[in-house]
Design a protein around this ligand. Structure first.
Ligand code: PMT
Length: 396
């Protein structure tokens, strides 16, 4: 698991978003992290310590004078045990206190006494967030090396709309994983395609396939977590882009071709995960086809450009990685595709493993031969693929 062995102290401060911290504890626990919760007095007015104790499996710390620490120094012991302190939600009051180096409760004292990084997820009313005092505190904390995630804009508990909502727990977990991930692609520009394409027959009908986008989005997330600058050219899928990834939405193979070719020469690495339609409809109708007009419509197909092969043929082009989904003879067909498209690396998967679900079974094929990866969630395989690409590209 991504965070096995990592010790995270989660500080919860007073705000309605404290209820989301309960989900955060659960999600962090699922990554293998050891989570120790500490709360301000304000936080206990929104969620009880019992909730966090049940979810983390550890007693929750509430005050500096907690007698459970043999040396009566909870602030020192807790911060020394942590690889990372996360404050979620962080209230305006808490930001003000730590920006000024105050140590007037357990959590603030722990932050002051820490020797590990600090990640803060603010949550407050939009006017409190926009207030020059809060913005001054945020700037100060940024200068002090504190990392921020959010807040985002949206509807607030008070009924107002604006910036100040805490980012979702899933995004905080992603930021924590990114914090610990080896930065093996730092400084590289990575271009990725994901999802299916949709080839219109008429304004409401089309030819598409069962790619969900999960594999491509996992690769984009892993590349970002490895420190790359990531652009994701995505066919129609149901997901939000991973944190920090620049997404370009496209529909057809021709749209994808244009979006990729416009950026490929400026990229260091191109990873083609999309299931691109090999053919499009030559005679797509401008208006909806009517059933009672002229009998069964004849659909004429024309070949789409091969995006990956074109990028691979660019002089001084990026390092190219393809994907191959096959229903049989994976090794032969994937290797044949790798040779035909003239690319150094291809990731093969069987269609019954690859399409749709959260898990996959990948075999990597390169000049050194085949490298089967243990079946795993797409997120895990994506990280292994990125590490393999980093090894093959070295300092290129
Ligand atoms: O999205 P998910 O549900 O998670 O599913 C993931 C996946 C199964 C779609 C993915 O893992 C995968 O295998 N993608 C490649 C699908 C495929 O078989 O593509 P292909 O054999 O048609 O093409 C081979 C390679 O050329 C691919 O990298 C493809 O992106 C690229 N290609 C193909 C045709 C084309 N016109 N342009 C291309 O760039």
């Amino acid at each position: 698991m991504e965070l096995t062995g990592k010790r995270i102290v989660l500080g919860v401060t007073g705000g309605i978003a404290a209820y989301k911290a309960a989900e955060l504890v659960r999600l962090l626990g699922r990554t293998g992290a050891e989570v120790q919760v500490a709360m301000t007095e304000g936080a206990t007015h929104f969620v009880t310590a019992t909730t966090f104790q049940a979810l983390s499996g550890r007693p929750v710390y509430l005050d500096q004078w907690d007698a459970r620490m043999p040396n009566a120094m909870a602030h020192i012991d807790l911060s020394r045990q942590a690889d990372l302190i996360v404050i979620a939600p962080a209230s305006a009051d808490f930001l003000a206190r730590i920006a000024n180096g105050m140590a007037d409760d357990l959590l603030a004292t722990m932050v002051l006494a820490r020797d590990c990084p600090l990640l803060v997820a603010p949550a407050m009313n939009r006017q409190m967030w926009e207030n020059p005092a809060t913005q001054r505190n945020v700037r100060q904390l940024g200068e002090d090396g504190v990392a921020f995630i959010g807040p985002v804009s949206g509807e607030q508990a008070c009924g107002e709309v604006g910036a100040g909502r805490m980012v979702e727990p899933e995004d905080i977990v992603e930021a924590v994983i990114a914090h610990f991930a080896p930065k093996c692609l730092a400084g590289r520009k990575v271009l990725i395609t994901a999802g299916p394409t949709f080839e219109a027959i008429d304004p409401v009908r089309g030819i598409t396939n069962l790619s969900s986008g999960r594999m491509g989005y996992a690769v984009a997330r892993a590349a970002r977590q490895a420190g790359a600058e990531v652009t994701l050219v995505s066919g129609p899928v149901a997901f939000s882009p991973p944190q920090g990834v620049d997404r370009i939405n496209v529909r057809s193979a021709l749209d994808m071709h244009a979006a990729v070719l416009a950026r490929a020469a400026d990229s260091d690495i191109f990873i083609a995960v999309a299931a691109v339609a090999d053919y499009r409809v030559a005679n797509a109708a401008e208006h909806k086809l009517k059933k009672d007009h002229g009998g069964v419509p004849a659909i004429e197909l024309v070949e789409n450009p091969d995006i990956l092969a074109e990028v691979a043929a660019l002089p001084e082009g990026p390092f190219c990685v393809g994907f191959a989904a096959e229903s049989r003879n994976l090794d032969d067909y994937a290797q044949a595709k790798r040779r035909k498209k003239n690319i150094p690396l291809i990731a093969g998967n069987l269609i019954q493993d690859g399409f749709g679900g959260d898990d996959n079974r990948l075999v990597l094929f390169d000049d050194a031969g085949s490298h089967p990866l243990t079946p795993a969630p797409k997120a895990v395989l994506a990280r292994q693929l990125i590490e393999h690409i980093a090894k093959l590209t070295g300092n290129r």
